[in-house]
Design a protein around this ligand. Sequence first.
Ligand SMILES: C[S@@+](CC[C@H](N)C(=O)[O-])C[C@H]1O[C@@H](n2cnc3c(N)ncnc32)[C@H](O)[C@@H]1O
Length: 386
Amino acid sequence: MGAPPHPADRAGVTGGDAAPLTEILRRQIAQSGPLTVAEYMAAALGHPVHGYYTTRDPLGRAGDFTTSPEISQVFGELIGLWCADLWLRAGRPAPLRLVELGPGRGTLLADLWRAIGVVPGLREAVHLHLVETSPALRAAQAATLERAEAPPPQWHDHVADALSAAGQGPAIVLANEFFDALPIHQYIRSPAGWRERRVAWDEAQGGFAFGLDPAPSAGLVEVPEALRAAPPGSLVEVCPLAQSLMAEAARHVAAHGLAVLAIDYGHIQSAAGETLQALSGHAPADPLGDPGRADITAHVDFAALARAAVEAGGEVHGPITQAGFLGRLGLAARTQALAAARPDLAEETRAGTARLVDPAPTGMGALFKVLAVTPPGLVPAGFADG
Ligand SMILES: C[S@@+](CC[C@H](N)C(=O)[O-])C[C@H]1O[C@@H](n2cnc3c(N)ncnc32)[C@H](O)[C@@H]1O
């Protein structure tokens, strides 16, 4: 499929020291034509040998980015209490499958495990199921959970496997910064109409470059109805995988009880505009520059996730801001208690929780959104006031 460069496109020049994944993708493009952005992103993050997540633990100060559970223990603790509240209200079902999608280092689960210890019977009811494709991070999760004295979890490659392991029973599905790592498709409204954006190899520049499909693609049906009339030059991102995974999780909890909790950065309404970005060493990088060596993400379209959940029979709560959600769950009181218990760490404790709820540019409180899905008729904690 031909993909001449779009005028607004930039090329990711790789230089002479091509990484193995660059070589693999360059050859793939030479054989079969330019990749969709989703194919490129999936390979860059998840290639079984050279993918970004396959080869490393990218979290924390020494890595490329950090996340809420790594910033403050209060995050996982409050989510633990959120789960405990749902479990008590559901009549203490056992077993309760706790499924985490993309658990990183397992830090959220370790903090959650400590917090739920205050609720008699809950730890005994919980079966842990982790959906994780990265061998490096599975090892980190095992070590973290062992230190937390949590029971060994079951790992799965796919959400469907984790949910079917949950059988007909109730489940809580947690996803913090998972959906932003799923591959997106990009469509641009060219003078000839909507076309899918592709990743080609630019021989002259010696790097990857964006281009456009010459003809409409079948996937165009994914462009939300409300955005199809966007002006020429508009770019729309869609993530069919995020929608189908949300639908699977929502269908399960609608039928068998409890909830899905998705926390991520993104927009409340579907909107045009490019959000594809790469991070390396906590600094912005070119998404096409060095596949497999930088984190690549895109903002989550919460409206699309909500539509998928509703179509699957779930009731959607939010999205609301992370600041609103954590605030209602008692972030201030927990921070104060921790600071009083360890005055030597009080400043660090307060700085960590401030980062979770402050607005940009220093904090994640407004950019990050929280969406929950439950069976009809249940309002989970943190959402009651809208
Ligand atoms: C940005 S990290 C978030 C980690 C963790 N939730 C946290 O908040 O610290 C994304 C996580 O999702 C995992 N992941 C990415 N794509 C995945 C996929 N397609 N299937 C399963 N796990 C995936 C990564 O390996 C990693 O654990």
